[in-house]
Ligand binder design. Structure first.
Ligand SMILES: Nc1ncnc2c1ncn2[C@@H]1O[C@H](COP(=O)(O)OP(=O)(O)OP(=O)(O)O)[C@@H](O)[C@H]1O
Length: 158
């Protein structure tokens, strides 16, 4: 093992732990296009709360939604790296793991869109709360319905 690699194994103090955590996020931003997009959108959304009359508790939900999507994208990045480390070849289990991991990001994004509709939809377009609720219901209903459709197509193939 190279000297530099040995030095990089583990953190000796709080400062180093912090540096490694920053390195992890920075490297993910460099390597993951989707993460860059989510950071850019998140920044714009948070910036918008300065110019629009967003209530204190709604601002908290907006910030939570932005951080939640970025968090899920970082988790997705970890899983992709782990799977690539395990094998670069096609593997059905890797496919499931990577797909579910991408699903985690999609799910977090749907939550953020719901929050966005609720807060910004109300301020910009005078949308009622019902629109956000309908969006959340559609999101929650769509996936179980899709799974029923997929199971039926499997049964037909048998
Ligand atoms: N080794 C593999 N075996 C089977 N399927 C794979 C494998 N690698 C990738 N896939 C399939 O390709 C999709 C995209 O995988 P990839 O690693 O390219 O992620 P990505 O395009 O970088 O994803 P994201 O857009 O979330 O960053 C996965 O969701 C999976 O369906």
């Amino acid at each position: 093992m190279k000297e530099k690699e040995k030095e990089q194994l583990g953190s000796n103090n709080l400062k180093e732990s912090f540096e490694h955590a920053i390195e992890g996020i920075v490297e993910s931003i460099i390597s993951e296009r989707n993460l860059r997009i989510h950071f850019a959108i998140g920044l714009l959304v948070i910036a918008a709360t300065f110019f629009l009359p967003v209530k204190r508790e709604d601002t908290l939900w907006i910030i939570f939604a932005v951080f939640f999507v970025i968090w899920s994208e970082l988790v997705n990045t970890i899983i992709e790296h782990l799977m690539n480390l395990y094998s670069k070849e096609y593997h059905p289990v890797i496919k499931i793991v990577k797909d579910v991991s991408a699903g985690v990001v999609l799910w977090a994004t749907l939550f953020s869109v719901t929050v966005g509709i609720m807060v910004f939809g109300g301020i910009l377009f005078d949308w009622s709360l019902e629109i956000a609720k309908i969006f959340a219901i559609i999101s929650t209903v769509t996936f179980p319905l899709l799974s029923i459709k997929v199971v039926r197509s499997w049964k037909k193939k048998k």
